[in-house]
Design a protein around this ligand. Structure first.
Ligand SMILES: C[S@@+](CC[C@H](N)C(=O)[O-])C[C@H]1O[C@@H](n2cnc3c(N)ncnc32)[C@H](O)[C@@H]1O
Length: 244
């Protein structure tokens, strides 16, 4: 399944950011911001944005910290990484995040690494924090993904998930079973000519774990202090967990 998912993201990379913001009426920015706020500490942290796509989650976190007193100079060159298995998504990230050569960098420039989240190419304990926005749902094995992230984190490191989970309330059921299947594939087709990708978006949410099943998965995998934060009545959720 991984290869099919990869090709799907390759095909929508150019329109990905626009459609993300459009389909969520801009709320995805607020959700990433709320999730990024869960990670305190500044530019000295080694952060991995896994399934990082066009880099919006990492960018949100970095901008939050480059505005602080410790500021850009410390962030510049910080050893953060955006990793994804889709090259076109990473090229979009590079276009957005890497500044022209003669423009002095005002914020950190992350490394961009093409890799499969289930087979990371970093040594164990390489990162202080791992971020993953809307990526876990696409993995062949969620448990395998959590185990890989556990290995990548230093002891005490934080994993922040931002994700759409299987709906469990009346409101989210109405949203994901009524509204979303009607509107999202049609709008996705209209703006990107990729109806299938946006049909997959809705189906993958409905077929994914509930946020409570996902939360319970951490207890058995060496994490502690797991917390769940709903965004906009549960349309999206943030889950934070600390490596034990
Ligand atoms: C919905 S996008 C999210 C992108 C970004 N995190 C964001 O907040 O917009 C999911 C991303 O996960 C990537 N992805 C899916 N499965 C992956 C895997 N097994 N390994 C690496 N990246 C993967 C896709 O290529 C895609 O860029």
């Amino acid at each position: 399944m991984g290869i099919a998912i990869q090709h799907m993201f390759d095909g929508i990379a150019r329109r990905y950011d626009f459609l993300n913001h459009f389909l969520s009426a801009g709320r995805d920015k607020a959700w990433r911001k709320k999730a990024a706020q869960c990670l305190s500490g500044g530019g000295q942290l080694r952060v991995l944005d896994l399934c990082g796509g066009t880099g919006d989650f990492w960018k949100t976190w970095a901008e939050m910290h480059s505005g602080s007193a410790e500021s850009g100079s410390r962030l510049t060159g910080s050893p953060c990484v955006i990793a994804d298995f889709s090259l076109p998504m990473l090229l979009e990230a590079r276009r957005k995040l890497v500044l022209p050569r003669n423009d002095p960098p005002k914020r950190a420039v992350p490394g961009l690494v093409r890799m499969d989240a289930l087979h990371p190419c970093f040594k164990d304990g390489s990162f202080d924090a791992v971020l993953c926005a809307y990526g876990m749902r696409n993995l062949d094995s969620v448990a395998g993904g959590i185990d890989a992230i556990n290995r990548l984190l230093k002891p005490g490191g934080m994993f922040i998930t931002l994700e759409f989970f299987r709906p469990t309330t009346a409101f989210t059921r109405f949203f994901y079973h009524g509204l979303a299947p009607l509107c999202i594939p049609m709008l996705g087709w209209f703006f990107s000519s990729r109806r299938q990708a946006y049909t997959y978006l809705v189906e993958s949410i409905r077929g994914f774990q509930s946020v409570w099943e996902y939360r319970d998965g951490f207890g058995q995998r060496g994490f502690r202090d797991v917390s769940v934060i709903p965004c906009d009545f549960g349309i999206s959720h943030i889950v934070t967990a600390v490596k034990g």
